[in-house]
Design a protein around this ligand. Structure first.
Ligand code: OOG
Ligand code: MG
Length: 267
């Protein structure tokens, strides 16, 4: 066993949860727990995620929705985890439009473009289809997520990253919200611009074929965990492209076809 903080006692759900929140609060990165605890799988990771959601709520944060992770091939390939998963969003993660990357609270932030839903109706799995999921959406937005893994160099396995609330950091919702029937989300494109240069692009089809598929997946996955997607919730459907680094002094923009542009500077 590698030298860890608790080599004799080993890790369990409580101690991993506490260590991850401490890393977040202290801006401290660490090696993935699966190095020492290979049995830490996706569902154990979810139990840790849920424990830390409760701690976030106990300290006054409000649950505002969910995020999907690794819904596109670009993200899955980069991160070496080949299936999507779900994590929690609280109001503490909301980054007002125009604000810089919160460098003082994050470890090694990276930014990725996402299609964002605001829910009109409750959506409860199992068995939710993409069409049913889209019918429950009130509005569609362009957005950007500022991810920040607590693991050194974003090195993790599925259990590590689900435990780490899917590298949640902050997220911005763009300037334009449209009814979902106003646009074809599979064809909605985004250009990723860093310091004035276009470095990547994708369309909504990169996200599970259609972001509505990702929403259905979230509802069905949450049903396994005893939750539904609630009216008013925000749903981040997952990075359409690989994330870009956002160090101090950088400027990042995500330009969507119909959903406007989101600008974030590195602070
Ligand atoms: C995991 C979080 C993934 C997304 O949109 O795919 C995520 C990571 O890349 O560190 O937020
Ligand atoms: Mg994301």
């Amino acid at each position: 066993m590698a030298k860890g903080t608790r080599p004799e006692a080993g890790w369990d759900i409580e101690s991993v949860a506490a260590e991850l929140l401490a890393c977040e609060d202290e801006r401290r990165e660490r090696e993935p727990f699966t190095d020492e605890w290979p049995e830490l799988d996706l569902d154990t990771g979810y139990a840790i995620q849920d424990l830390n959601l409760q701690k976030r709520l106990d300290r006054g944060e409000k649950l505002v929705g969910v995020k999907l992770g690794l819904t596109s091939r670009a993200k899955q390939q980069r991160m070496g985890v080949h299936f999507p998963f779900v994590a929690w969003l609280t109001d503490a993660m909301i980054l007002p439009i125009g604000d810089p990357v919160p460098q003082s609270t994050l470890i090694h932030p990276r930014i990725e473009p996402e299609i964002v839903f605001v829910m009109g109706d409750r959506l409860e799995g199992p068995g939710v289809t993409a069409a049913q999921a889209m019918a429950a959406v009130e509005s569609v937005w362009g957005g950007a997520e500022v991810i920040d893994s607590r693991y050194r160099n974003f090195r993790f396995k599925a259990g590590d990253v689900s435990a780490d609330n899917a590298s949640s950091g902050a997220f911005v919702t763009g300037p334009v919200g449209l009814p979902p029937t106003d646009l074809d989300l599979a064809l909605e494109a985004v250009l990723v611009e860093v310091n004035g240069e276009i470095v990547d692009s994708a369309t909504g089809a990169a996200v599970q074929g259609h972001p509505g598929e990702a929403l259905a997946l979230a509802a069905n996955d949450l049903a396994r965990r005893g939750h539904a997607i609630e009216p008013g919730w925000i749903v981040l459907t997952g990075g359409m492209t690989d994330a870009v680094f956002a160090p101090p002094g950088s400027s990042v923009a995500m330009h969507f076809t119909n959903l406007g542009s989101v600008f974030i500077n590195g602070g």
